[in-house]
Write a protein that binds this ligand. Structure first.
Ligand code: UT7
Length: 329
């Protein structure tokens, strides 16, 4: 039994924050941002709206597209580092507000690798035969943890969400393999300093801006280039895939230069690489399902697709899937 993606959906908020807008907030410019990251603009949720707002839209539209009732869903997993609350989990809120009253639900926190961790976890429940309908959502409101006076981070991130429905199949398609890694020693280069149990929120922590993303760009960049390229090559070799066999690379959208390095290592031309970082920036757990959603109409049944990611933790990995349907058939 394989777990097959049978529907995909995405949601980005309407409000746009362009590079020109950022030029008014910090000492930066459109040329620097585009040439160093590939980003032109990103989307932002309104104040008071939580990550679940986007996840609910994704789950509802998956159900509509697939023609199922939300009560048919067995399990919802939400990958996020910007949950609505410390607890309950954002997946619980999404399940309630989307009407998935028969589903149980939980969150996964693996930063930018969250969607691949959640996809791999969700597929196990299908492969064992335990469940028939699992929705995996990747959603982040990065604007809630970004310091818009810090030019080194505020240009990078945006808000967005995407998700997939997993169902069982006897055919030789679906999630074929995944390789996931963690190295907690990378924590010091990319994390949120306060708000957890080590340093609960206090007047001092707020004044020191410790609730925002802290990132040392260069060490993360180096580790990301190596990690994402290595694991993508590893999963191709493990599954005897040549570059000609691969129809699409779906990379995490953190920096166009990291994406290019991964594609080069895999021997792939740019026309086989899904890239929408220019429009949305880095939406953390949202990037990969947002790409699948945008490219869904171009995907063909049997296409070999490699999903690859790197993020805070450090966490990284790749997933190999054989696409399961032609759009509108
Ligand atoms: O998804 C989670 C994982 N995260 C990532 O994968 C991010 C990995 N890191 C990166 O993508 C890159 O390191 C950044 C995009 C964050 C930075 O690019 P970089 O080429 O590594 O730049 P840098 O940090 O070496 O900075 C070069 C210069 C510095 O100025 P000086 O010291 O050379 O005078 C920075 O202060 O660029 C300056 N700089 C900026 N200038 C204009 C940094 N941010 C900006 C900015 N606008 N926004």
């Amino acid at each position: 039994m394989n777990a097959l993606i049978t529907t995909v959906s995405g949601y980005v908020p309407p409000k746009v924050l362009s590079n020109k807008d950022l030029e008014k907030l910090v000492d930066t410019n459109d040329e620097w941002i585009k040439s160093r990251t590939g980003i032109s603009e990103r989307r932002l949720l309104e104040d008071g709206e939580g990550t679940s707002v986007m996840g609910i839209e994704v789950v509802k539209s998956i159900c509509e597209k697939r023609g199922i009732d939300p009560t048919d869903i067995d399990l919802i997993i939400c990958a996020t580092v910007t949950p609505d609350y410390q607890f309950p989990s954002t997946a619980n809120i999404i399940a309630d507000k989307a009407g998935a009253t028969n589903a149980w639900s939980f969150d996964i926190n693996a930063a930018c690798s969250g969607f691949l961790y959640a996809l791999t976890t969700g597929s196990q429940f299908i492969e064992t035969g335990k469940y028939k309908k699992v929705i995996v959502v990747g959603a982040d409101k990065m604007s809630s943890i970004i310091d818009y006076t810090d030019r080194t981070t505020c240009v990078l991130f945006g808000d967005g969400a995407g998700g997939v429905l997993l169902e069982p199949t006897d055919e030789n398609i679906g999630i074929m393999d995944s390789i996931l890694y963690t190295d907690g020693a990378g924590q010091k280069h990319l994390y949120q300093k306060a708000g957890g149990s080590v340093k609960p929120s206090s007047i001092e922590s707020v004044e020191a801006k410790e609730h925002f993303v802290y990132q040392e760009g260069q060490p993360v960049f180096k580790a990301a280039v190596m990690g994402m390229a290595d694991v993508s090559e590893e999963i191709m070799k493990k599954n005897n895939l040549s570059s000609d066999d691969v129809a699409w690379l779906v990379p995490h959208q953190a920096n166009l230069r990291i994406i290019d390095a991964t594609a080069r290592r895999m021997g792939l031309n740019k026309d086989k690489v899904m890239i929408n970082i220019d429009k949305y920036g880095n939406t953390t757990a949202g990037t990969i399902p947002l790409c699948l959603w945008e490219w869904e109409k171009e995907l063909k049944k049997g296409d070999n697709i490699i999903l690859a990611t790197f993020g805070g933790g450090f966490t990284w990995g790749a997933c190999y899937l054989k696409w399961g349907y032609n759009y509108n058939e």
